[in-house]
Design a protein around this ligand. Structure first.
Ligand SMILES: NC(=O)c1ccc[n+]([C@@H]2O[C@H](COP(=O)([O-])OP(=O)(O)OC[C@H]3O[C@@H](n4cnc5c(N)ncnc54)[C@H](OP(=O)(O)O)[C@@H]3O)[C@@H](O)[C@H]2O)c1
Length: 245
């Protein structure tokens, strides 16, 4: 017999210009917003963050206090290889969404985190668009024409499908180039990913042992310079918001 075990939920963090929906130009953010960077840090600290290789190049280093997973179709070079020297800050190179999600799931479960974050850029938001249940969106009131950017985030948040959990206006100040609005959207029908585990793995301590085994396998592959292979295939179901609103 087996029982379903839930995998972590996927959330996005994104800042885009309003109304043109620009998120980047020349592989950089087109603004400086200290309040938003501080909020980004607070939301993601201690979690797995998943990003495309261009965004990683743009940041230039693994973000501290987070487990950084980079998606790239090409092998990592020596400077980019996966590193796991501290439990706090780590870097994992991954070949595609399934590998990345396996890493993100096990690292999140091991850290007792119920969600992980897709932090960009445009290609990553598209790749995971059907799986994201929550979006932390900053609308930056920057009067930029659409052509001023080369990366965009065009998702619309239909109020029949998304509910607003939180909203806050941030005026422009000495450290924030533009005024902005921060909104947290939650999908009313969530995509739940799960795996079937043998019943004897689903009680508390056995589940921990299963997570710990997976974690050690990942650790060993990184130590040997190879990329961890997913050990399971997840399944999905749709779950309605219990509040029904
Ligand atoms: N405003 C914001 O909130 C925000 C957040 C993050 C980023 N950004 C901006 O967004 C821009 C970058 O976005 P982007 O769309 O150009 O790049 P990206 O999504 O950061 O990275 C694209 C790269 O990801 C890898 N990739 C894509 N699909 C893959 C797949 N299926 N399997 C394996 N690897 C895959 C490829 O790397 P390889 O070429 O190595 O194969 C690809 O070139 C920058 O301007 C950045 O500043 C803005």
């Amino acid at each position: 017999m087996s029982s379903p075990v839930r995998l972590p939920s996927i959330s996005f963090v994104v800042a885009r210009s309003s109304p043109a929906h620009i998120i980047g130009v020349d592989n950089k953010l087109p603004w400086h917003l200290r309040t938003d960077l501080q909020r980004f840090r607070k939301i993601t600290l201690g979690h797995v963050i998943l990003m495309g290789r261009s965004t990683f190049d743009s940041i230039g280093r693994p973000l501290p206090g987070r487990m950084n997973i980079i998606l790239s179709r090409r092998p990592a070079n020596d400077q980019e290889s996966s590193i796991w020297t501290s439990p706090d800050t780590s870097l994992f190179w991954s070949r595609g969404p399934e590998d990345a999600m396996y890493l993100a799931d096990i690292l999140s479960l091991a850290a007792e985190r119920k969600e992980f974050f897709v932090i960009g850029g445009e290609q990553m938001y598209q790749l995971f668009s059907n799986l994201g249940n929550r979006v932390h969106l900053t609308e930056v009131f920057a009067p930029l024409p659409r052509e001023a950017g080369d990366a965009h985030f065009d998702r619309e948040f239909d109020r029949r499908k998304w509910k607003v959990l939180f909203e806050e206006d941030v005026p422009s100040g000495p450290n924030d180039e533009y005024a902005s609005r921060y909104t947290v959207y939650d999908r009313k029908t969530k995509t739940v990913r799960y795996i079937e585990l043998e019943d004897y793995f689903t009680s508390g301590s056995d589940k921990r042992r299963w997570i710990s085994d997976q974690y050690i396998k990942i650790r060993n592959s990184v130590a040997q310079g190879s990329l961890p292979e997913p050990e399971y295939q997840y399944r999905m179901f749709e779950e309605q918001d219990p509040a029904g609103n």
